[in-house]
Design a binder for this molecule. Structure first.
Ligand SMILES: [Zn+2]
Length: 199
């Protein structure tokens, strides 16, 4: 549901955000005609509007869901066999699918990328990557055993102690932040949810 916001003028912040976000939509999903980005009547930001049938295409941040799978002192990382960041290490994570809860998606990605069997635990990080239009959610997880069977998106999956983490070869800032919070919380002896923004 997107009720029109009557009387709201397009804010400078919204304009700035729209300028910096990639314009992903080229053609109308209904009729295939080219779209143009403009502010529809009674809206307050630019949308991809079909130049033929006037269909308005709304775009929202994409959800990325993943886990921090732990086995005792060790944490599971996967080396990426795909772009972007081919060859760099990541926590198992990927795009949330339609019809899937965030918890189910996080578990699925862990199975797909590492072939790991896990017991999902609590939500751990909620990280906005505003410039990329993404929201990253990581859950803690407990590995049920150390049998790993990496899928095609993964070159290698293995366990790391904190002093073995390849900090300079991590794929994404949300992975680094999540690992930093994880080890800090573990030292304190209490895990809490961490929410924040990644530039
Ligand atoms: Zn159209």
């Amino acid at each position: 549901m997107r009720p029109a916001r009557r009387g709201v003028t397009k804010s400078a912040a919204a304009t700035l955000a729209a300028m910096h976000l990639p314009r992903r939509i080229k053609h109308c999903r209904v009729c295939g005609t080219e779209v143009s980005y403009r502010v529809p009547a009674e809206d307050n930001r630019e949308r991809a509007v079909c130049t033929a049938c006037s269909e308005i295409h709304y775009e929202n941040p994409i959800n990325v869901v993943g886990t921090v799978p732990a086995w005792g002192e060790q944490v599971l990382l996967c080396r990426r066999n795909i772009e972007p960041r081919f060859g760099f290490w990541t926590l198992p994570a990927g795009f949330l699918e339609m019809g899937e809860s965030t918890a189910a998606g996080a578990e699925r990605e862990t199975v797909e990328e590492a072939g790991a069997r896990i017991e999902l635990q609590d939500l751990f990080t909620v990280l906005n990557v505003v410039r990329a239009g993404q929201l990253h959610l990581y859950y803690r997880a407990r590995l049920l055993d150390t049998t790993l069977d990496p899928g095609p998106e993964t070159i290698e999956a293995r366990l790391f102690r904190e002093d073995e983490i390849p900090w300079d070869e991590l794929a994404f800032r949300t992975v680094r932040l999540t690992l930093e919070h994880y080890f800090a919380d573990r030292r304190r002896g209490a895990f809490v949810v961490h929410a924040g923004d990644v530039a």
